[in-house]
Write a protein that binds this ligand. Structure first.
Ligand SMILES: [Zn+2]
Length: 295
């Protein structure tokens, strides 16, 4: 079985990206795993602190490990947006494969100091665990927003990125490159799309030569995603699109069978709705590309 680091290296060399999908119940996990298996591509499942609180860090780690072993399948588990060392250590001890240590709300120097400390602490628990650091402002909340936040002042610069990577020793960097957490209503309706700063992505890649994650991928223009991956993005996070599909699928399942009380007869509608979104995103992330930059 290949490690997550090997798979990221493969993705980098072939110009593909690994899809990262947030889950907070078995409907979402089933849908993500089924979509990935159908396409035969590696996949990352992520849980933020709130999602871990609901599901339990140890139970979900055991569940994902069990899928990986039973099906001999490259499914990995990421502790998304972790805002304290205590929570990061908890996830590392539970057996997560990677951690997003997010101190991006702090001043840059303090972010560097705390992230460096976390990298050292986490590697002593599990040397092969990957640690991702965050710089810049991409907003909060993978949900539907009424208004777009002004994130223009929080974009990451190549110089900042290089300094952060060199000083902290992170394995993966998440920059602010026009991406944003959550979706606007017009994006949910499909009328508008997020656009990325593709030049900034390419210059950050050149400056750091490290694996890059794009957070807040929901609602992003397909062509921008393709170019971002070709320009050096190795992991793309999708959450809000799944949550919207989960809700619609669940509503349909309930409406179709108004007298049904058996969960496993109602929930497949939600699984199918989420699976469609995951499949279409995974297809795009795993298209054959002719151009890729080396790490
Ligand atoms: Zn995120």
């Amino acid at each position: 079985m290949h490690s997550l680091r090997d798979l990221l290296q493969d993705a980098q060399q072939t110009g593909k990206a690994i899809g990262h999908f947030n889950i907070s119940d078995l409907v979402l996990l089933k849908a993500v795993f089924a979509a990935a298996r159908e396409l035969g591509v590696p996949v990352l499942v992520g849980l933020s602190e709130g999602e871990r609180e609901f599901v339990g860090a140890r139970p979900i780690a055991a569940f994902v490990r069990s899928l990986r072993e039973e099906f001999d399948y490259p499914i990995f588990l990421n502790a998304d947006h972790t805002h304290s060392l205590a929570k990061a250590v908890e996830a590392a001890k539970a057996g997560f494969d990677s951690i997003v240590f997010d101190m991006s709300a702090l001043p840059f120097d303090e972010n560097v100091r705390q992230t460096k400390q976390a990298v050292e602490a986490l590697k002593t628990i599990n040397l092969s665990m990957l640690v991702e650091g965050e710089i810049g402002d991409i907003g909060t909340g993978s949900e539907i927003h009424d208004q777009a936040p002004d994130l223009s002042k929080g974009l990451s610069t190549p110089e900042q990125a290089r300094q952060f990577v060199e000083s902290t020793g992170v394995d993966i960097l998440a920059p602010a490159v026009g991406n944003m957490h959550g979706m606007l209503r017009s994006m949910v309706r499909g009328e508008t799309k997020k656009r990325l700063d593709l030049e900034r992505i390419a210059s950050i890649k050149r400056a750091t030569r490290i694996f890059l994650t794009l957070h807040g991928g929901s609602g992003t223009d397909d062509e921008d995603l393709r170019k971002a991956i070709a320009g050096g993005i190795n992991i793309v996070h999708i959450n809000t699109e799944l949550r919207v599909a989960w809700r619609h699928g669940l509503e349909q399942g309930l409406a179709k069978q108004p007298d049904e009380v058996v969960p496993y007869k109602i929930l497949p509608s939600a699984v199918d709705a989420v699976k469609q979104v995951v499949s279409s995103r995974l297809r795009l992330f795993n298209e054959e590309r002719h151009f890729a930059q080396g790490v």
